[in-house]
Design a protein around this ligand. Structure first.
Ligand SMILES: [Zn+2]
Length: 205
């Protein structure tokens, strides 16, 4: 069976996300070289030419759902849920369900309204995201509003992370849950104030 998925390459100098079809019995390389059984993603195109060995523990299957930008949602994706009234975060658990990390509720992924959700990253790249947000919830703090966990490919300003333990402030392009210097948790914001889209829509309606 061929499954649409993504996973991180295991034989490139730096692991990169490969999107395509997950296979364990790879086709021959166009040069005739036979590949062993294993974990692979076939990107398609010329038969056997775009097959990458991947790390099985990074494998994420594609779901049937898309976000507001029509991007396909995969397992382990972190979704920002945003309506006029509230924000929240979901983690895609498998191809059918997502879990609300604020209250633990499990939802059917098909019940999510595409226009209210946006993929902001994934748990493979940001394994401490849940812990970082849970710290806010458990301590009665506002959960940060993060429309992206890596701002490099977005028009957003740098992320501003403030350590809740020692007060250290750091600017960066990627979200971090903890301040390595003291072990405290960061709260996150932006170098310049970001207004929520839904708030703007309401203000200018
Ligand atoms: Zn600190």
């Amino acid at each position: 069976m061929r499954v649409k998925a993504r996973a991180k390459s295991s034989n490139t100098p730096c692991p990169i996300w490969i999107y395509g079809e997950y296979i364990t019995t790879p086709p021959k390389h166009p040069s005739g070289e036979v590949r062993p059984e294993g974990h692979y993603i076939d990107k398609g195109g010329y038969p056997g030419a775009n097959v990458y060995a991947v790390s099985a523990d990074t494998l994420c299957r594609q779901t049937v759902a898309v976000d507001k930008r029509k991007r396909d949602i995969y397992e382990n994706d972190i979704l920002l849920y945003e309506t006029e009234e509230e924000i929240g975060y979901f983690i895609v658990q498998d191809t059918e369900t997502a879990v609300d990390i604020i209250n633990g509720e499990i939802l059917d992924i098909e019940a999510l309204q595409a226009e209210d959700i946006r993929i902001i990253g994934n748990l493979i790249d940001y394994p401490e995201f849940i812990e970082g947000m849970r710290y806010h919830v458990e301590n009665g703090l506002d959960v940060p509003y993060l429309p992206a966990l890596d701002v490099m490919e977005t028009p957003l300003p740098f992320l501003k992370m403030t350590c809740l333990k020692c007060g250290h402030i750091t600017l960066g392009c990627c979200y971090m849950a903890k301040h390595k210097g003291c072990g405290g948790y960061f709260t996150a914001d932006f170098a310049t104030k970001i207004y929520r889209e839904k708030e703007k829509e309401k203000a200018f309606a």
